[in-house]
Ligand binder design. Structure first.
Ligand SMILES: [Zn+2]
Length: 370
């Protein structure tokens, strides 16, 4: 997991790979002359069972004497895994590497840090536990509905709250968002295929994103990585009008573009301003509420616990991006991120794209917006 940006962003979090020493418990019973099964053979059996959707073979990798809750969790995991079309699913000592069907063969695999504990019984090795706090994915929580279209894979949790038809509806909304961004000229920067996961269960969102706190006001998140992942809080988003859902997905897709051109650490206000501006179909700088803005938003404002502060930050970021586009051309905002992606600082990028210091840009925007 990489950096996370979100439409209503209270917290940017970098998923921390939690490393816990794998516990290998040696059996006290005598083993045959061949010795216990090598741990690599266990991973190979488990990986093959997932790829073959072989329930018996998968559960045969789980310690038969493991506590019932762990075995039940493994059953849920298998149900989830077997509902997802994997091109690659490979367990190893440090985690899981995976790639979904439909993505170009040269797409890098995604790596989820994960440590299983293993145990040897009568010469056979089993998965006996999982280090707490390890990365989870939507498939840890049970069966999923998957919709593969030309340019996206949409995976939706099939919890009881999911209404019939939601997976195909969300797939259509993603396609609509992609079409709007292609029309806005971002086509060459969009990934060939988008990966979107949605769940209405906020506890699962928190575990997947490895963030704490109240997620009820988050619409969606973009996680950077070899394959950028858009995670949708469907407890919120599924209830919005389709037009607003399309804006939400377009916003996240622009984050995918933003991270792609600027690397993993562009200034937050540029990332959010660009996403809002494109998602709302590149509006001209509108009249500002009185009193007008006095400064560009700081990164901290996007993290504020105050809804008013956060909304102001998004509004000013979008307004400033619109102003830049009006004065320097509609490609100027994206160009700013591209220059940063080439290694320039934010100040150097303003010199290159605005043609002067960032403070000069800020003053011009404040004057125009007041
Ligand atoms: Zn955002």
């Amino acid at each position: 997991m990489g950096r996370i940006a979100t439409r209503v962003l209270a917290k940017r979090a970098i998923a921390v790979a939690i490393t816990v020493a794998m516990v290998l418990v040696a059996a006290s019973c005598a083993s045959g002359p061949a010795g216990p099964e090598p741990v690599g053979a266990l991973w190979a059996r488990r990986s093959a069972a997932v790829m073959a959707s072989d329930h018996v073979a998968f559960m045969a990798t789980v310690d038969p004497e493991a506590p019932a809750p762990f075995r039940q969790a493994q059953e849920r995991l298998f149900a989830g895994l077997s509902s997802v079309p994997f091109a690659v699913y490979a367990v190893s000592h440090d985690g899981v590497r995976w790639r979904l069907d439909g993505f170009p063969a040269d797409t890098p695999v995604v790596f989820d840090s994960l440590r299983y504990e293993t145990i040897v019984r009568d010469g056979s090795r089993y998965v006996s536990g999982q280090a707490p706090g390890a990365a989870t994915q939507l498939w840890d929580y049970g069966p999923l509905a998957v919709v593969e279209s030309d340019a996206s894979t949409v995976i939706v949790a099939t919890d009881g709250a999911v209404v019939t038809g939601r997976p195909s509806e969300l797939s259509s909304i993603v396609a609509g968002a992609q079409a709007s961004l292609v029309a806005a000229g971002l086509g060459p920067h969009l990934p060939e295929r988008a990966l979107v996961m949605a769940t209405p269960v906020e506890a699962h969102l928190a575990a997947i994103l490895q963030v704490d706190g109240d997620l009820s006001r988050f619409n969606a998140f973009t996680v950077t990585g070899p394959v950028p992942l858009i995670v949708v809080n469907d407890a919120v988003v599924a209830g919005l009008p389709v037009a607003d859902q399309t804006i939400t997905l377009a916003h996240e897709l622009v984050h995918v573009v933003g991270f792609g051109v600027a690397g993993d650490a562009p200034p937050v206000w540029l990332l959010e301003g660009l996403a809002e501006w494109y998602a709302h179909d590149r509006p001209p700088p509108g009249p500002s509420p009185s009193p007008g803005p006095t400064s560009l938003p700081s990164d901290d404002e996007f993290l504020s616990a105050s809804v008013d502060v956060v909304q102001s930050a998004y509004g000013r970021a979008s307004s400033a991006i619109a102003f830049l586009a009006e004065r320097r051309g509609s490609d100027a905002p994206l160009r700013l991120l591209e220059v940063i992606g080439e290694g320039a600082s934010e100040a150097e990028a303003f010199d290159a794209v605005w043609g002067g210091p960032r403070a000069d840009f800020e003053a011009s925007w404040v004057e125009a917006a007041s």
